[in-house]
Design a protein around this ligand. Structure first.
Ligand code: HXC
Length: 258
């Protein structure tokens, strides 16, 4: 597929999507969001893909929604034909594991898209922020909801109300990112994590992510009940039989991913 604002490739069972509008610091214009939605749908449908990596450039993961496009919108056009809704849903509801590899700016919609991924691995140069307040608006793609869940109320309020950026170290301390690595090692570390995930049973990995995400939707006893039922159902899969047999036989498991 020939894209103009993103690049895609596969390495083994990992699909990589690279946001690629360098002149605009990967601002999320309509063309880019449409291509991202299409690329995600392709990887979702492809049985040979077990994990996806979403990344940008060394300078910017994404500097947010494209402000030059956004300034032309009015309430009715956004309400009636929200250009972002499909894309945000395609990331937030992506069923396979998806990792954000963030270097440089992850601002506004860029920070929000990274937070929609299952986890973020950041380079030392990563800078996260919700600067929408400087534009006379507030975050509109989950920032006011996912950021406090990730970093707590104090830092989320601080970032959304002042518009300040948070560096990689602070983001790791606050729980926004899972690991911080030197910039030139970012893709190696992320690809290793992605290949590890993709080597597991795909349906079990999908159920695991679904259960962790339920922690943000449900109360504790409901969530634990949900987990228990899904755990029990995994005993109907070939991959559970294989995983446990391989342990008993002291050999590596050969998951069939189904
Ligand atoms: C459109 C953008 C852009 C953006 C950068 N550019 N961010 N274009 N939308 N979000 C463009 C600039 O216009 C410029 O193009 C080029 O990229 C390089 O940017 P500079 O500003 O010259 O670079 P620098 O001085 O290094 O500053 C980097 C920056 C700054 C700090 C990231 O660009 C910046 O503050 N960008 C806006 C960040 C932001 O407010 N994001 C939130 C957007 S609103 P030219 O053609 O001039 O060279 C949002 C809402 C989402 O995300 C909600 C959706 C529902």
């Amino acid at each position: 597929m020939a894209y103009t604002t993103i690049q895609t490739k596969t390495e083994g069972r990992v699909g990589v999507i690279t946001l690629d509008r360098p002149k605009a610091l990967n601002a999320l214009c309509d063309a880019l969001t449409a291509e991202l939605t299409e690329a995600l749908a392709g990887f979702e449908a492809d049985d040979a893909i077990g994990c996806v990596v979403l990344t940008g450039s060394a300078k910017a993961f994404a500097a947010g929604a494209d402000i030059k496009e956004l300034q032309e919108k009015d309430f009715i056009s956004l309400y009636r034909h929200d250009p972002f809704e499909k894309t945000w849903e395609s990331v937030a509801r992506f069923r396979k594991p998806i990792i954000a590899a963030v270097s440089g700016y992850a601002l506004g919609g860029g920070c929000e898209i990274a937070m929609m991924c299952d986890f973020i691995i950041a380079s030392e140069t990563a800078r996260f922020g919700q600067p929408e307040i400087n534009l006379g608006v507030m975050p509109g793609a989950g920032g006011t909801q996912r950021l406090p869940r990730a970093v707590g109320k104090a830092k989320a309020m601080d970032m959304c109300l002042t518009g300040r950026m948070m560096g990689a170290e602070e983001a790791e301390r606050a729980g926004l990112v899972s690991r911080v690595v030197p910039v030139d090692e970012l893709m190696d570390v992320v690809m290793e994590a992605a290949q590890t995930i993709a080597s597991k049973s795909l349906p079990i990995a999908m159920m695991t992510k679904e259960a962790v995400n339920m922690a943000f939707e449900m109360g504790l006893s409901e969530g634990v009940r949900f987990e228990r039922r899904v755990f029990q159902s995994q005993f109907a899969t070939e991959d559970q039989s294989e995983g446990m047999a391989a342990f008993a036989d002291k050999r590596a498991p050969h998951f069939r991913h189904r």
